[in-house]
Write a protein that binds this ligand. Structure first.
Ligand code: HEC
Ligand code: HEC
Ligand code: HEC
Ligand code: HEC
Length: 306
């Protein structure tokens, strides 16, 4: 058997093999890595970590059926149904639970232990090392150290250093210097920069006179639990974006018609299509969760992470 756990495309082969031979655990790992790892690797929002026997023991005691139900239907306030991936089948969600339960019941594998390829008949011989947090969160820039921010174009991993044009581009730090600062992302407060006319982006490449249709409409999304409610402002978005950037592909234009969750956002869907990539990152909880609740819920202790 030539399939090896090396990341990338080989998982597909492995998952296919495992499925064919009933190896649900290997399949469960693929589901976990794609949909559950965002929270269950680092313990985000109080999620029990993969391989953390202590955190899982009391949950496993409640019975695996209960855990399946939590995975499929969610567990308020922070565990979303199917980890936010509504297209996941019940079987896949259960396979991911089986994988997590198995990982919690094994002694943690040494980091340098070689992940051996599970034979189709005896899936998952060794506990595969959970993906590092850097991999999981790379997309939302939460963990970038100051020395890695706003690198000059030849070093940013986006532009080709072998191309002469790369070297004549203005380095971001020079370009950003006169702009209002923020504490996250690329450290520029773009909303203020635009409001204060410090920048004047052209709305249309061909028509220099074209201007955006700015719509001032706030949508408040009530959040269960103790987090403040989310205020989604159309004004600041339509100053940059066209209605069709969001409607209807990302959001149906009807208040409350869209299911939005932190899980989806962290996985790069809904607000996460932009936030963490081209707009301020998910670490800025208060920028979105900006509306205080009228009352304090009795249970405030449940908000573990953040
Ligand atoms: C947005 C973060 C997030 C994602 C993504 C996520 N979980 Fe969770 N999960 C949590 C949190 C938080 C808890 C702890 C819930 C609690 O006990 O209140 C949890 C708990 C669980 C539990 C234990 C439930 C119980 O009844 O004790 C299971 C099982 C579980 N998750 C499975 C999954 C599976 C399977 C996936 C992927 C398909 C997934 N989770 C994706 C946040 C997440
Ligand atoms: C950045 C994404 C984004 C852009 C751009 C955007 N919208 Fe929206 N829009 C939303 C979100 C999010 C909601 C709330 C949906 C929900 O609550 O489920 C919404 C809701 C709406 C609603 C429903 C309001 C109600 O009370 O039911 C209308 C109408 C709407 N948008 C029109 C527009 C128009 C017109 C434009 C362009 C001028 C536009 N939107 C641009 C994200 C966007
Ligand atoms: C880009 C905007 C944005 C940022 C930044 C953001 N959230 Fe959210 N959050 C949302 C939206 C939208 C919802 C969905 C509200 C709803 O139910 O309609 C949500 C929901 C939640 C919920 C309710 C449970 C769930 O998963 O849906 C919790 C808890 C939460 N956020 C915590 C946080 C924490 C902690 C942070 C900071 C680490 C954060 N959020 C940052 C937009 C954001
Ligand atoms: C199509 C891209 C896109 C989507 C989708 C999107 N945003 Fe934004 N958002 C932006 C951009 C661009 C800005 C302005 C740049 C910045 O602040 O980083 C912005 C700014 C904001 C601001 C800052 C307003 C201010 O006054 O500083 C808030 C709050 C916000 N978004 C919340 C949300 C929430 C909540 C959602 C999901 C319901 C969402 N956004 C979805 C692109 C998007």
């Amino acid at each position: 058997m030539s399939a090896r756990i090396q990341g990338g495309g080989s998982w597909l082969i492995l998952a296919a093999l495992a499925l064919a031979s009933g190896g649900a655990l290997a399949d469960g790992k693929a589901v976990f890595d794609k949909t559950c790892a965002a929270c269950h690797t680092a313990g985000l929002l109080g999620a029990p970590k993969l391989g953390d026997g202590e955190a899982w023991a009391p949950r496993i005691k409640t019975g695996v059926e209960k855990l399946y139900a939590s995975a499929i239907n969610g567990k308020p306030p922070n565990m979303p149904a199917k980890g936010g991936a509504s297209d996941l089948s019940d079987g896949d969600a259960k396979a991911a639970v089986d994988y997590m339960v198995a990982a919690a019941q094994k002694p943690p594998a040494k980091a340098e232990a070689k992940p051996s390829a599970p034979a189709p008949t005896a899936p998952v011989a060794a506990t595969p090392a959970p993906p590092t947090t850097a991999e999981v969160n790379a997309f939302n820039r939460l963990l970038k150290p100051p020395s890695k921010r706003n690198l000059p174009p030849p070093e940013d991993g986006i532009h080709d250093p072998a191309n002469d044009g790369t070297h004549i581009l203005q380095p971001p730090l020079t370009a950003f210097d006169p702009l209002p600062r923020s504490t996250a992302g690329n450290r520029v407060n773009w909303v203020q920069a635009l409001d204060g006319a410090r920048i004047g982006p052209r709305w249309d490449l061909k028509d220099p006179a074209a201007a955006p249709v700015v719509m001032d409409l706030n949508i408040v999304r009530e959040v269960k639990g103790s987090m403040p409610d989310v205020v989604y402002p159309h004004k600041q978005h339509t100053a940059w974006l066209d209605c069709s950037n969001c409607h209807p592909a990302i959001f149906v234009p009807q208040k409350g018609a869209n299911q939005i969750s932190m899980a989806a956002i962290l996985l790069g869907q809904k607000c996460g299509v932009c936030h963490g990539k081209v707009a301020f990152p998910v670490s800025e909880c208060r920028a979105c969760h900006s509306k205080k609740k009228d009352f304090l819920p009795a249970k405030t202790a449940q908000q573990g992470g953040g």
